[in-house]
Design a protein around this ligand. Structure first.
Ligand SMILES: Nc1ncnc2c1ncn2[C@@H]1O[C@H](COP(=O)(O)OP(=O)(O)OP(=O)(O)O)[C@@H](O)[C@H]1O
Ligand SMILES: [Mg+2]
Length: 262
């Protein structure tokens, strides 16, 4: 794995505390209970993965952490302060369609820095370049989004989310529709960035092997309304190889828990 060479600095991440959080959605005359009584503390610098059956509220919980949705009951605190709206301290890595097609790569990454560095265009470019080198795309600074492969777009999306230096990076099923080899390379990149920046990362996946490969802790949800049924700590050294038999063993134990839920 290549070494990252950059002088970019990152702030210390914060503690996220999810206390008794439930969420109901009301639409027309129907009420959907998406999540029930979630209690979870995510520690600074921890990589936490949510897995669970489709529709159990994983994205809903991520959206509430991001501040896009409010809990119906309970509270979410970041460093003791209630989360009520979106903020640069909690950023979501969106999937490729969220890149601006009319901007080149470097401008896509700089975009999120317009508030951080106000009118200092030079600082924005410098930080964007550093982030670009961290995802190994320095030669593609001027490329248009449509000239990039799916995996490269995901790398740009990752750099863009990290550029404003959030305390927590939120990632909802980040690697859809990519071939196996590209996904495995991205797992390597994500682990490298995680180690380099010390960020807290909260990610959602349906792939139990991805969960075991990336997570410090895998949080397993029941079917809707989602409750936490089990947490599995993954104490393997990093960087982890997706094909490592130990990763496979942990993946199987996650799968076994999920199968109870069917
Ligand atoms: N804005 C909304 N309005 C109404 N219902 C919603 C809304 N967002 C989510 N839901 C409902 O809440 C439940 C949980 O949805 P959510 O998207 O969080 O599930 P998920 O675990 O992310 O599923 P998947 O694995 O398929 O992505 C679903 O029944 C969904 O229909
Ligand atoms: Mg989802």
């Amino acid at each position: 794995m290549s070494q990252i060479e950059t002088t970019a600095t990152f702030t210390k991440p914060g503690t996220l505390s999810i206390q008794n959080v439930s969420k109901q959605f009301e639409s027309d005359d129907q009420e959907v209970s998406a999540l029930a009584k979630i209690n979870l503390t995510i520690n600074p610098g921890e990589f936490v993965i949510f897995v669970g059956p489709s529709g159990c509220g994983k994205s809903t919980l991520l959206n509430m952490i991001a501040g896009f949705e409010r809990p119906s009951e309970g509270t979410i605190l970041l460093d003791g302060k209630q989360v009520t709206k979106p903020h640069n301290d909690r950023l979501m890595m969106f999937q490729e369609h969220a890149l601006f097609p009319w901007m080149n790569v470097i401008d896509n990454i700089s975009y999120g820095l317009r508030w951080k560095f106000r009118f200092n265009w030079k600082k924005r470019k410098q930080r964007a370049r550093e982030l670009l080198s961290m995802v190994h795309l320095e030669q593609f600074e001027k490329a248009s989004v449509h000239q990039l492969s799916g995996g490269m777009k995901q790398r740009v999306a990752l750099a863009r989310a990290l550029a404003p230096d959030p305390k927590i990076l939120l990632v909802d099923e980040p690697f859809p529709a990519l071939d196996a080899l590209t996904r495995q390379k991205l797992y390597g990149d994500l682990q490298e960035l995680f180690t380099r920046t010390g960020k807290t990362i909260v990610s959602v996946t349906h792939d139990t092997r991805e969960a075991a490969c990336l997570g410090d802790r895998v949080v397993i949800f029941s079917g809707r309304p989602g409750r936490i049924i089990k947490e599995i700590a993954v104490n393997l050294p990093r960087p982890r190889d997706f094909n490592d038999p130990e990763v496979g063993r942990i993946s199987e134990s996650i799968m076994a828990e999920l199968q109870h839920e069917k």
